[in-house]
Design a protein around this ligand. Structure first.
Ligand code: FAD
Length: 431
């Protein structure tokens, strides 16, 4: 391609599209290269989109975005073999405009709609284009090579927004090769059910949705499960550490099947028909590479900008925020006519000042914490369920005896002091 651009964005997920949208609105000449047949066609996530950044960039997005349901209910379940201890927050506040918290979406629909917003703002969107390398001149990144014939494309700056295992960042020497201890893997199935059945099973009205997450089962494996309510289907999946699968000689697909059979999960999905199935990497551990170099920036999952806390699990809004900061940086660099690393260094500075880096720094240690403290996903859910069962089994014993018994159950594997310390550790590291 002879044409030259201000910026090349590789990948049209939430990060890349946000960068393209913001730059196009500033009048920059932007090209977005996406390997999928259309934006979102290859993308998979659990289901919750957070609206803090989206609402700023597309005010009243709810009038046009492909929203499945607004999250009005969040439930966290700790599972034992047969029981569950849950915490639930429900509100009517999020399901009415201005929908200022979160909604459930399917990426094949959402990413396509969102990329169209960038195209309407003036970005050139080119799908079915696989970027296979970066092009350098005098040590600086000056473009990318695609699989197309005559597929070299040149620009002042390249944005690597190509997701968890970013080839572009690797080819540019900004991050190291794949390492299994830095990623978890997620697998998800879409299960079709009539809209009314979903609303009834999850206690929802109108456009309300539920985000339900699980920990503790299958026991012995470091994994979490989720069910998110779409309009007329459920997104059902599990995420797990790659090393935990190896240690337990399990495939991630076996894990999902086992999860779906749990007595607290089975009734929620019963009678449904599986429609789609997919797996994807999640870059849970904090990034160890560089955020920018001469002529290149790394954003979203490509820079592991994800909050893996079991309470929050946010990636899409951090991806959008990083795309927004990358666009601001490139606009400033263009005004100066300087795309060197020194000039692009504004991008990591903007990230550092924002919630993005503050959360990533705090929660990026979770994979290491959980791996070193497996009791939070193995022993404690079971002990909590045993304790709750004892507490709610009403018999002729006085309640003071019950309290003592609960204490005995909770400390059966360790001392009271160790349990108290563990609870404090969980509070500090996971919340
Ligand atoms: C199982 C699972 C559950 C999750 N649940 C949630 C959730 O509920 N809420 C949440 O906020 N986050 C969730 N996440 C995280 C979230 O999906 C990511 O953080 C987010 O998608 C990152 O956006 P991105 O644009 O950086 O990358 P991606 O969404 O991965 O987009 C990368 C894009 O680049 C394209 N691409 C890749 N390589 C090339 C190439 N060489 N050439 C051209 N194009 C390329 C891809 O096709 C894709 O379109 C979940 C992730 C998983 C896997």
């Amino acid at each position: 391609m002879d044409e030259r651009f201000d910026a090349i964005v590789v990948g049209s997920g939430p990060a890349g599209t946000t960068a393209a949208l913001c730059m196009a609105r500033e009048g920059l000449k932007v090209i977005v290269l996406e390997r999928g047949e259309y934006p979102g066609s290859k993308n998979l996530f659990g289901g919750v989109m957070y609206t803090a950044i989206l609402g700023k960039l597309v005010p009243k997005f709810w009038n046009e975005a492909p929203v499945e349901r607004y999250v009005a209910k969040r439930r966290f379940n700790l599972l034992s073999e047969t029981s569950s201890v849950s915490f639930e927050f429900s509100t009517k506040d999020f399901s009415d405009p201005p929908h200022n918290n979160s909604f459930i979406a399917l990426r094949a629909r959402f990413d396509r709609w969102y990329a169209q917003k960038a195209a309407e703002a003036g970005a050139l969107l080119v799908p079915e284009t696989d970027v296979i390398d970066v092009i350098r001149k005098d040590g600086k990144v000056v473009g990318v090579r695609t699989q197309r014939s005559e597929g070299d494309i040149y620009a002042d700056v390249v944005i690597a927004a190509d997701g968890a295992n970013s080839l572009v960042a690797k080819k540019a020497g900004l991050r190291s090769d794949f390492s299994s201890d830095r990623f978890t893997t997620g697998i998800k199935e879409i299960i079709e059910l009539p809209k009314e059945v979903i609303s009834q099973r999850f206690g929802l009205e109108g456009n309300e949705g539920a985000a339900v997450t699980f920990g503790g089962y299958p026991s012995g494996i470091l994994c979490g499960g989720f069910i998110y309510t779409n309009k007329d289907s459920l997104s059902v999946g599990v995420t797990t550490y790659l090393h935990s699968l190896v240690e337990n000689k399990m495939q991630v697909s076996d894990l999902l099947e086992t999860f779906k059979k749990h007595p607290m999960v089975k009734p929620l999905i019963e009678g449904g028909r599986a429609r789609e199935y997919g797996a994807h990497l999640i870059p849970e551990a904090a990034y160890k590479g560089k955020m920018c170099d001469d002529g290149i920036l790394v954003i979203g999952d490509a820079a592991s900008l994800l909050n893996p806390s079991p309470i929050f699990l946010e990636g899409t809004n951090l991806a959008m925020a990083s795309g927004m900061y990358a666009a601001q940086t490139i606009k400033a660099a263009k005004e100066k006519g300087d795309f060197s690393r020194r000039s692009l260094d504004l991008y990591p500075q903007l990230l550092e000042k924002s919630f993005v880096m503050q959360d990533v720094t705090k929660y990026g240690k979770i994979p290491e914490f959980v791996t070193k403290n497996p009791q939070f996903l193995t022993d404690y859910p079971d002990l909590l369920c045993q304790s709750a069962k004892e507490l709610f089994t009403l018999d002729e014993r006085p309640k003071a005896e019950k309290k003592a018994l609960v204490r005995k159950i909770m400390t059966q594997n360790s001392s009271s002091l160790k349990v108290a310390r563990d609870l404090y550790k969980a509070y500090r590291n996971l919340l």
